[in-house]
Design a protein around this ligand. Structure first.
Ligand code: HAM
Length: 426
């Protein structure tokens, strides 16, 4: 026998109850985003590698170690998208979105790819829901985005904590990098080999190294080195969060793993008793990204949340927020002629917006009746061999167990009448 093929490490199938959670998250997140004026956008799964190398930053873990890149047959260097912000900004510039009223508010939901070491909540293909608002600088938009995500989490029954920091604008960041580099240079013998290199190229990345914990813990903090304007913007941002009753914690070590951030940054962490902290979302301002991608400076801000991690949290919380779909009618059949008639009846019911279920793959009437019972159908229509020939059906009220034989042509009217009566009783 040929070898069985399995999914790739870190890539996974989503099915059964997890698919129900997945659908629910997609429905809730896009609905809430639309309520706040965000419009949907889809963008390609593959882009020029350079978009991420420049956008996310050449010295980030994402670009250095985690990107799926390859050369196409035509000789182009392409990458599977590791995140959505650079692509949305590419689309914004390419389609001249700045000619519309600003900010342009967009949302997306899709798969992303990072060659990370798979572990609980960390995959190589994972799904994100993201929001981006580009074209206008105002901390109200940052706060609104946090509010949108908080509302989504609340509706999904997930409890999170928000941690915030400010990374300074491009100018004060440059000054901070000099201070940080000086500090790190004195301790370079304690740095891992990656960080020794980062020290020269981008010392900020040392601050999110998972190995150099000790050196990081006493490092100068960016918040003490930001300029007057950044400080005042950050103060306003925090005041607006308080105004909206959104609790937060300041985390001076939060620097995010992507280079494009400027000013306010934040992450959503699951509120759990586990020691391991799990980020379910993160974002912030990225006012410099458009320039890096060859356009003029466009103020921008956004966030993305990790769908698999939300599913895990929903499973753990055990909240029963997936409504069980109860069909109004179940159609059971016995024999080939009955099967044919049942198929037609199913279509007729569906076209008339009756919630109808079936199990045409099963031949035993007993198993079909069990299925109808399990689903909680209100009425079961039974077409046996005899009924199929007579062009009649048996209608069974699943509550009382009463049965009645009626002509096939009258079924729809009768079913609708009974359902209406039931509804009025409720
Ligand atoms: P990020 O922090 O890299 O930000 O990812 C956002 C979220 O995606 C994380 O908090 C996490 O929940 C989820 N996530 C990331 N990597 C994985 C993985 N390997 N497996 C499972 N889940 C994962 C961004 O991607 C930015 N583009 C967010 C943003 C939008 N900033 C501004 N606008």
């Amino acid at each position: 026998m040929p070898k069985k093929i399995q999914s790739l490490s870190g890539m996974h199938d989503i099915f059964n109850s997890r698919y129900d959670y997945f659908e629910k998250i997609r429905e809730v997140s896009s609905r809430v985003a639309k309520e706040y004026g965000f419009k949907g956008i889809e963008f390609p799964i593959m882009e020029e590698t350079e978009l991420f190398a420049r956008g996310v930053g050449g010295v980030t873990d994402i670009v250095e170690k985690e990107m799926y890149t390859f050369k196409t047959k035509g000789g182009d260097f392409v990458a599977l998208r590791p995140e959505g912000t650079a692509s949305v900004m590419r689309a914004y510039i390419e389609h001249n979105f700045y000619t519309r009223p600003q900010p342009t508010k967009l949302f997306y939901f899709g798969p992303f790819f990072r060659y990370e070491r798979p572990q609980a909540g960390r995959f190589r293909q994972f799904w994100q829901f993201g929001l981006e608002a580009i074209g206008k600088s105002c901390f109200v938009v940052d706060v609104q985005i946090i509010k949108v995500i908080s509302n989504i989490f609340e509706e999904l029954g997930i409890k999170t904590k928000i941690e915030v920091n400010n990374m300074g604008d491009l100018k004060c960041r440059k000054e901070f990098k000099t201070v940080l580099r000086r500090y790190l240079k004195k301790r370079s013998n304690l740095l891992c080999s990656d960080c020794k290199r980062r020290l020269k190229e981008n010392p900020l990345r040392v601050l999110d190294c998972k190995q150099c914990i000790e050196v990081k813990s006493e490092a100068p903090q960016i918040i003490d080195h930001i300029c007057k304007q950044c400080r005042s913007d950050f103060k306003n941002f925090l005041e607006f969060l308080e105004e909206l009753d959104i609790p937060y914690n300041l985390n001076p070590f939060l620097v995010r793993g992507l280079d494009y951030y400027t000013g306010t940054v934040y992450e959503f962490f699951l509120e759990t008793e586990d020691e391991e902290r799990m980020a379910v979302g993160g974002g912030g301002r990225y006012d410099g990204l458009s320039k890096i991608l060859g356009d003029e400076e466009r103020p921008a801000t956004g966030v993305a949340i990790g769908i698999e991690r939300i599913i895990l949290a929903m499973e753990k919380s055990g909240g029963d927020i997936i409504e069980k779909k109860i069909p109004d009618v179940f159609i059971a059949q016995l024999g080939d002629l009955a099967k044919k008639k049942a198929l037609n009846l199913f279509e007729e019911m569906r076209n008339s917006k009756v919630d109808v279920a079936e199990s045409f793959g099963q031949d035993s009437l007993k198993s079909q009746m069990n299925r109808a019972d399990k689903l909680g159908a209100k009425i079961t229509i039974i077409i046996g061999k005899e009924e199929a020939v007579e062009d009649r059906v048996i209608l069974r009220d699943m509550n009382s167990g009463e049965q009645e034989k009626i002509k096939t042509e009258e079924v729809l009217k009768e079913v609708k009448g009974r359902l209406k009566k039931n509804k009025n009783k409720d």
